[in-house]
Write a protein that binds this ligand. Structure first.
Ligand SMILES: Cc1cc2nc3c(=O)[nH]c(=O)nc-3n(C[C@H](O)[C@H](O)[C@H](O)COP(=O)(O)OP(=O)(O)OC[C@H]3O[C@@H](n4cnc5c(N)ncnc54)[C@H](O)[C@@H]3O)c2cc1C
Length: 470
């Protein structure tokens, strides 16, 4: 991924705002730029926009939204900042966290009210680092639906999305001003497009094995379960232009990716009383302590795998609201048994292991005490009862959290704090609010950074472009 400063071509076409990447960040940025009256084009390498956004659950963390207020949730930027700081052990950038706390709710309201993308707060996902219910989902509760709602809104707003448009280089002058982009089209055709401002929405670098090995060595050999096309291109352009990066070792992981079927096991199964054991049938962690950080203890177990243990009642309850749970059933990932002994045999676990773990859980549930990992089992929930279920899982890298240093309007910054003349970044391409480790990731933060920074970038880039037309 290159920045070309010599032999700048004559741009036959030029657009005020060019956006690279048609995920949640790129499409939200496009809507915001159109709202300001700017012409905008989104360039997407794939045949149809998909991205990590479509692979996600579509749960966006947002603070102070109308949906929260209508449901009696009392939330504020201050409360959010305190949650972020607690989750990251004080590592997250407080100024950025505050900005996100102030702008995420209005962004979700704007998407809902102006662009007909209905997002409402979900009460199933509580806790896990959020002291208030903050996850906002579309009605169908999938990232795929979120992306198609955004795409439809873009079509209504007159945003052009050019697919099969792989940006391979950017052109810049000696003052680091971006002049345009080089696009590889099908059949090896190369096109050049000029711009007044460029928004990088190419997500992180999870699909770039060299970068993962360099910045996140603990996940160098782990499965990457994000969008393969996210190879850090935008981060590399920014750095080549002189931008600074932050928290490159941060990432969102998951300890419960069905292996080998590669379907995400819904976390509510464990919130509702399920638990994890290793290949020997022994529990090894507090299952609710950290969803993202769970990949590390799971990968450290024998064979790098674990089993999620739950029951048929929880499975049925989860089926009602989770596409992933339906997929687990469809691909035959769920093993079922009428007794703990039978489940141990089916999963090749040590005889007596599951019944022993379950008895220990039942006794701490009855006493209200914490178990040996510090987990408290909610005694208002019924105990697991036969038929029992198990899914074999492993740990995976979902998406990276480090990226380009940005200011309060998502303008990309150099190490000395000065802004590059006309470059913006958001979503997985920009730094996040997760600190430097896997444990700092708050559920919903990935899409929150995508839509909130996307909206800020789109608005500011459009204003800047309209101030200085080409
Ligand atoms: C399984 C899974 C579940 C998740 N669930 C959630 C969740 O519920 N809530 C949450 O907040 N986060 C979740 N995340 C994280 C979330 O999906 C991401 O943080 C978010 O989608 C990032 O949005 P984005 O627009 O930055 O990137 P993407 O949606 O990945 O979009 C980036 C786009 O850029 C394109 N691109 C890249 N390079 C180029 C190039 N050179 N030229 C042209 N196009 C290019 C890519 O093809 C891609 O379409 C999940 C992630 C995974 C993998």
């Amino acid at each position: 991924m290159t920045v070309l400063r010599d032999s700048i071509p004559e741009f036959e076409f030029s657009v005020p705002v060019v956006i690279v990447g048609a995920g949640a960040c790129g499409l939200t940025a496009a809507l915001a730029a159109r709202d300001q009256g700017a012409d905008v084009i989104v360039l997407e390498r794939d045949k149809r926009p998909w991205g990590s956004t479509s692979m996600s659950l579509g749960a966006i963390c947002a603070v102070g939204s109308r949906s929260q207020r209508d449901n009696g949730v009392d939330d504020s930027a201050e409360i959010f900042v305190a949650d972020v700081i607690a989750k990251t052990d004080g590592e997250a950038d407080e100024t950025l966290a505050r900005r996100i706390g102030e702008r995420s709710g209005p962004t979700v309201d704007w998407l809902t009210e102006t662009h007909r993308i209905p997002l409402s707060v979900d009460f199933k996902w509580t806790g896990l680092g959020h002291s208030r219910p903050r996850l906002h989902l579309p009605p169908g509760r999938t990232g795929e639906e979120l992306l198609s709602l955004l795409s439809n809104a873009c079509a209504r707003a007159g945003v052009e999305i050019m697919t099969e448009a792989y940006v391979t280089a950017i052109y810049a002058d000696d003052n680091d001003r971006v002049l345009g982009v080089r696009i590889q089209r099908p059949g090896g055709v190369v096109e050049n497009l000029g711009c007044d401002t460029l928004i990088i929405a190419t997500c992180g670098y999870g699909g770039n094995h060299e970068m993962v090995a360099r910045y996140i060595p603990e996940m160098a050999n782990a499965r990457y379960f994000g969008h393969e096309g996210n190879r850090g291109d935008g981060i590399l352009w920014g750095v080549a232009l002189g931008a600074a990066v932050r928290e490159m070792s941060a990432y969102q992981g998951l300890g419960t990716l069905a292996e080998p079927q590669q379907v995400v096991v819904p976390h509510p199964l464990m919130i509702e009383g399920g638990f994890l054991v290793n290949a020997e049938g022994r529990r090894f962690t507090h299952e609710l302590a950290n969803i993202s950080g769970m990949c590390v203890p799971v990968l450290a177990q024998p064979q790098g795998i674990a089993w999620v243990i739950f029951d048929e009642d929880r499975h049925q309850a989860c089926l009602a609201h989770s596409v992933d749970q339906r997929q687990l059933e469809e691909v035959g990932a769920i093993r079922r048994a009428g007794s703990w002994e039978e489940l141990e045999r089916l999963c090749n676990l040590q005889p007596g292991s599951l019944s022993k773990e379950n008895s220990e859980i039942e006794s701490v549930r009855a006493s209200g005490e914490q178990d040996r990992f510090g987990r408290r089992f909610d005694n208002t929930l019924p105990p697991l009862k036969a038929p029992f279920c198990a899914v074999r899982v492993t740990g995976a890298l979902f998406h990276t959290q480090g990226g380009l240093l940005i200011d309060e309007n998502a303008r990309v910054l150099r190490e000395d704090g000065s802004a590059l003349p006309n470059l913006y970044a958001g979503g997985g391409a920009a730094r996040s609010i997760s600190g430097s480790r896997v444990t700092g990731y708050l559920p919903g933060a990935g899409l929150c950074m995508a839509v909130t920074l996307g909206a800020l970038a789109g608005e500011d880039a459009a204003r800047a472009a309209l101030r200085s037309p080409a």
